[in-house]
Write a protein that binds this ligand. Structure first.
Ligand code: IDP
Ligand code: MG
Length: 167
């Protein structure tokens, strides 16, 4: 048993369909703990970095539009789950990439679809392996946004402008 963290994204189709509650309920069946969560507006840079390994695929440009919310709403919910074999446990409840082939009881089987244009609207992203989960979590989250970290951290002074609410 290895303690792992894994990144889950509720994609813009899941957000547009108000499926966050359903999906988090399904993920609770894994017994994993939620250690980070935030709503993100995905920039082109973030989308292309996240899916960099797929840049040669014919569906790449549509995939970038999809994750940026061009077809639905411009937000995703990013979640980090932690626990023993977290990656495999999450991938199991998420189901296969192709929502038409996914187990009917899996998240993608229940809520996913393929559009007539061929876009896989498969509702969620889930990290594939330890190398990818580390890369993805470091891309999407800062250490202080997670209540537990399993990757080494260091403290650095960052000079930046801080914004406050106007009173
Ligand atoms: P995964 O999300 O199950 O790990 P990947 O192969 O990593 O699957 O692909 C990333 C995403 O790219 C998928 O979740 C899906 O949104 C999209 N995708 C993958 N294969 C296809 C395809 O054949 N047609 C259209 N979209 C695809
Ligand atoms: Mg993948």
């Amino acid at each position: 048993m290895t303690k792992q963290q894994t990144l889950v994204l509720i994609k813009p189709d899941g957000m547009a369909k108000f499926l966050t509650g359903n999906i988090i309920t399904e993920l609770a069946d894994t017994g994993l703990i939620l250690v980070g969560s935030k709503v993100v507006q995905v920039t082109r840079e973030l989308a292309e970095e996240h899916y960099q390994h797929l840049r040669d695929e014919k569906f790449f440009s549509e995939l970038i539009d999809y994750i940026m919310g061009e077809f639905h709403v411009k937000r995703v919910l990013a979640l980090v789950y932690q626990g023993d074999n977290a990656i495999e446990k999450v991938r199991h409840v998420v189901g296969s990439t192709d929502p038409e082939k996914a187990e009917p009881t899996s998240i993608r089987g229940k809520f996913g679809r393929i559009t007539k244009e061929g876009v896989f609207e498969n509702v969620v992203h889930a990290s594939e392996n330890e190398k990818e989960s580390e890369r993805e979590i470091k891309l999407w989250f800062r250490p202080k946004e997670l209540v537990r970290t399993i990757f080494p951290t260091e403290s650095k002074e960052v000079k930046k402008v801080e914004y406050f609410w106007k009173s």
